[in-house]
Ligand binder design. Structure first.
Ligand SMILES: *Cc1c(COP(=O)(O)O)cnc(C)c1O
Length: 465
């Protein structure tokens, strides 16, 4: 498979290339040159297939040319063998219409493990022959950081620098990052917001002084391999609910637009997806973009769903590119305008194409807590606040045919956000035993100002050249 940049000026790469690159050097994001197609019969043949094998079959067209089918399957078996649920991403029924897709059985208790456990292995695999390590630089609103660190800690030929907004991630999220003692792991707390941290990381990818001396890689969802791995569980859920003969809708708690974009990819590949519901908290730039065609940066708010406290959703660029018929030149102009004005009006064709597949819904804190109460009282399920934002959005979709099952992606384990859970249902969710230990371990973290030069110089000094 060949991969092209949304802005059309970066080299075309193969799967190994996009996995190791992250952001394209023209500032764009990589996408496959074309969407692989699965026929009705090919999808039907995936029913009942164990998750690692399903993963290998769904991802095979994307990795073709860089990995053999056997190698891909072996990596999937290794990545998903460590999950603490035999189904890897089990589906749980709430009522006649609503379902939860539980994505938090990986080592750091959020859905990001599903992609990052595989990505860590892909890095190791592709870096085997290298002399200089890959320096991963990332920004996290909480869950990417811990999942990425777990995935690469102690691995050969790779080191990681992870930026998080100081005081804006939960204690457990922070400890999952800062208590990892492997020498190739570096945590940096930024005195600023997630958007400040993400903007710095993006700038580093374009900073020649840095990229000339370091091989920089990405673990944020700008990395194509992450989105690819997330496509798999849309297949897994839809197959359980009767695909390819029955459609399903998905409600996705959204921040950087990676997870929900994976649902779009699944639909492009032939999976019968009725609708994708983009669920946001008070940071509702995506809801405004999808409903009103107005993608403009608002103020960043801290909420009880910190992993979604994002204003600039990197992966939305991928959808804008798809929705303008893959016109890279016009997309590049649109993104340039957005870079300077912080506002981007969607053109009518983009609005129309996006509205055909996506809906958007925003949840207030009270609605979020109410969804947690409903799940607990009516269905006996304890859910985390991010999942609750998704569930609220799912239950607001009155226009959907009630015969279409609506799957809310359960993106984090409730024990990761104990305060919000307690506030909603007066119950303290227990941390699984294998995570409990982090509460006693020593933390390791550097605090830096939200100043680009300071952060770049720190990384440059610490990194292996
Ligand atoms: C990262 C994250 C999200 C947002 O996912 P995106 O792919 O960034 O849209 C939602 N919920 C949780 C728990 C997360 O960790």
């Amino acid at each position: 498979m060949r991969y092209v940049s949304t802005r059309g000026q970066a080299p075309v790469l193969d799967f190994e290339g996009v996995t190791l690159t992250g952001l394209a050097n023209d500032g764009g994001l990589y996408l496959p040159e074309e969407w692989p197609q699965f026929s009705h019969d090919q999808i039907a043949a995936l029913r009942g297939v164990p998750y690692p094998e399903l993963a290998a079959r769904v991802m095979a067209p994307f990795t073709a040319g860089s990995l053999s089918q056997d190698d891909l399957l072996a990596l999937c078996q290794q990545a998903y063998g460590g999950f603490s649920h035999a189904a890897v991403t089990p589906l749980v029924q709430l009522d006649e219409q609503h379902w939860l897709l539980e994505l938090f059985y990986g080592p750091t208790l959020a859905f990001k493990d599903v992609a990052l456990q595989l990505l860590g292995l892909l890095f190791e695999r592709f870096l085997e022959k290298r002399e200089r390590p890959l320096t991963i630089i990332g920004a996290t609103s909480g869950d990417t950081g811990s999942a990425a660190i777990d995935a690469v800690a102690g691995r050969k030929n790779v080191e990681i620098f992870m930026l998080h907004p100081e005081g804006r991630v939960s204690d457990i999220q922070r400890r999952q990052m800062t208590t990892v003692s492997a020498a190739n792991v570096h945590n940096i707390a930024i005195a600023g917001s997630f958007d400040d941290a993400q903007a710095m990381v993006k700038r580093m990818f374009a900073d020649r002084a840095l990229t000339d001396t370091l091989d920089i890689g990405a673990v944020n969802s700008i990395n194509w391999a992450r989105l690819m791995a997330q496509v798999v569980y849309y297949f897994a859920a839809a197959l359980q609910l009767g695909a390819p003969d029955r459609k399903a809708a998905f409600s996705v708690p959204t921040g950087n637009f990676g997870d929900v974009f994976a649902g779009y990819v699944a639909q492009k590949m032939g999976l019968p997806v009725e609708r994708l519901i983009v669920a946001t908290n008070k940071n509702d730039i995506l809801a405004r973009a999808i409903r009103d065609g107005d993608y403009s940066v608002g103020e960043s708010h801290a909420t009880i769903t910190p992993s979604m406290d994002i204003q600039v959703s990197s992966n939305f660029e991928r959808l804008l590119f798809e929705a303008n018929g893959r016109d890279a030149a016009s997309l590049a102009a649109q993104m340039d305008g957005f870079g300077s004005s912080k506002t981007l009006p969607l053109d009518p064709a983009q609005r129309e194409r996006i509205a055909a597949m996506f809906s958007a819904e925003r949840a207030t804190p009270e609605q979020t807590l109410e969804a947690m109460r409903w799940a607990h009282q009516a269905c006996g399920e304890v859910i985390d606040p991010h999942t609750a934002v998704g569930l609220h959005a799912a239950r607001e979709q009155n226009a959907l045919d009630p015969a279409v099952p609506v799957v809310t992606l359960a993106t984090a384990h409730p024990a990761k956000f104990p305060d919000a859970v307690e506030q909603a249902i007066d119950l303290r969710a227990d941390l699984p035993k294998r995570v409990e230990r982090i509460m006693e371990r020593e933390e390791r973290c550097e605090t830096l100002p939200a100043d680009y030069d300071a952060v770049r110089d720190y990384i440059s000094a610490k990194a292996t050249h």
